[in-house]
Design a protein around this ligand. Structure first.
Ligand code: AMP
Length: 281
């Protein structure tokens, strides 16, 4: 496995692999890897001849008062995990490599990005779609892997790839959770032990909503209220949003049909956590 910081160097390796007829898989990450990331990497190793994992804490997807500076980073540890899984290249560019002096281009997906996390994090998805486009252009993979943990991100990226005719297959993989249900996230590191316990309220609320729907509840407001009520019982939790939406357009539902997404963003102390549950009835 090689750790590569330069775009030109990575491209020449990929070009050679493509000339040799190899299939390329890309797993974009911000590093500080956990089992959620590694599940994507394992899938990529299974499906492709050559796997590139990018590790880049992308400044353009963080708001001015967000955690760009404090976001956890540990390239050495990440590289050791990726080496064990059989990854070929870790692409770990610096900010100057990705956004050199004079950089001035952005990719924007409209509409889908105004909702849910887009409402509370203006500009976030513009940063995501821009960096993912750059990574897809740099690597030109056959397949790229994303987690359903960031369900809205996956929907936005699928839209972008379709709209812009980017020749790549997007794979969306299930959420990996801790034993008590908390969705794995690099940001879980910010939680102290009390907050860590309180954080299970996200999963509990999703489970409650799911149970109501599977038992026949079709009134989306009732499901929303029940989930919000449960979260509000936790003193360390503050709701950013609790949503019951259609999983394609991400619009709020009134009446629940056969496919529904329950999606949450909740502050536990100062840490904003997201989680979701896709239900097909
Ligand atoms: P990040 O490093 O947070 O940008 O995440 C990189 C990729 O890993 C994204 O596609 C995420 O959706 C995915 N991911 C993060 N956490 C999880 C998880 N708990 N389960 C599955 N995928 C995840």
């Amino acid at each position: 496995m090689e750790i590569i910081k330069g775009i030109a160097e990575l491209r020449s390796r990929i070009q050679q692999a493509k000339e040799d007829g190899k299939d390329i898989g890309l797993v974009p990450t911000m590093g500080y890897l956990h089992e959620g990331h590694l599940s994507l990497v394992r899938a990529a190793v299974r499906d492709n001849d050559i796997v590139v994992v990018s590790i880049f804490v992308n400044p353009t997807q963080f708001g001015p008062n967000e955690d760009y500076d404090s976001y956890p980073r540990d390239l050495e540890h990440d590289a050791a995990k990726l080496r064990e899984l059989g990854v070929d290249y870790v692409f770990a560019p610096g900010v100057q490599e990705m956004y050199p002096e004079g950089y001035n281009s952005f990719v924007e997906v409209r509409d889908l990005t105004d909702k849910l996390c887009g409402k509370s994090r203006p500009g976030h998805f513009r940063g995501v779609t821009t960096v993912v486009t750059k990574l897809l252009n740099i690597v030109q993979p056959h397949r790229a892997y994303f987690g359903q943990k960031d369900f809205q991100q996956l929907v936005v990226i699928r839209r972008m790839v379709t709209d812009l005719n980017i020749p790549v297959e997007i794979k969306g993989l299930p959420i990996v959770r801790e034993e008590d249900g908390l969705a794995m996230s690099s940001r879980n590191k910010y939680l102290n032990s009390k907050e860590r316990k309180a954080a299970t309220v996200l999963f509990k609320a999703l489970e409650k909503g799911k149970e109501m729907i599977l038992e026949g509840e079709r009134d989306a407001d009732k499901v929303r209220e029940e989930m919000a009520g449960l979260i509000n019982q936790e003193p360390l939790a503050r709701i950013d949003y609790v949503a019951v939406v259609d999983p394609e357009g991400l619009q709020d539902l009134k009446k629940i049909g056969d496919r529904v997404l329950l999606a949450l963003a909740v502050f536990i102390g100062n840490t904003r956590l997201i989680d979701n549950c896709f239900i097909e009835v």
